[in-house]
Write a protein that binds this ligand. Structure first.
Ligand code: FES
Length: 155
């Protein structure tokens, strides 16, 4: 039987103003990771509340990667790769679109808002776009609040 404190903890909702989202960004090595690096090299200001995981291609990011990130406490997950026609592996980003459709279906099945996951294209030269995208996504997840999945003890 749960103690009074445990029950209280489970029902306690964090105030939006105190909520700092935990975001995971999968970025492909050849474009988006370089785009994020470009933002850093150019000292562009953007929200720092995300962690980047570099993958060789956006097509490598299967639904399992995203669901695991959500289960481990991510409030939102971004998958990012090269623009169409620029993928280092020719059609990897087309595969990413297919994978992402499956990911969104799973996210909905889990009862989560599908806005918690996002697929975007950022090239190596698009540092400003990366900065803008991350600001926008962090804001979007902040509005949604903490994910009901995963460990929200940190809040
Ligand atoms: S290498 Fe960037 S999406 Fe495939």
């Amino acid at each position: 039987m749960p103690t009074k404190t445990a029950a209280k903890k489970q029902t306690k909702k964090p105030k939006t103003k105190d909520f700092v989202p935990n975001i995971v960004a999968f970025a492909c090595n050849w474009c988006s990771y370089a785009g994020a690096d470009n933002a850093g090299v150019n000292r562009l200001q953007h929200n720092p509340n995300f962690r980047i995981i570099r993958t060789m291609c956006s097509g490598r990011v299967t639904p399992g990667f995203v669901i695991k990130a959500l289960k481990l406490g991510a409030d939102g997950v971004l998958v990012s790769g090269c623009h169409f026609g620029d993928c280092h592996y020719i059609f990897g980003n087309y595969r990413a679109v297919e994978q992402f459709e499956k990911t969104k279906a799973l996210v909905k099945t889990l009862g989560l808002d599908e806005k918690r996951v996002r697929l975007e294209w950022v090239s190596a030269a698009e540092g400003p776009r990366w900065a803008e995208l991350m600001n926008e996504f962090v804001e979007q997840i902040t509005q949604l609040g903490p994910s009901p999945l995963g460990n929200n003890e940190r809040h």
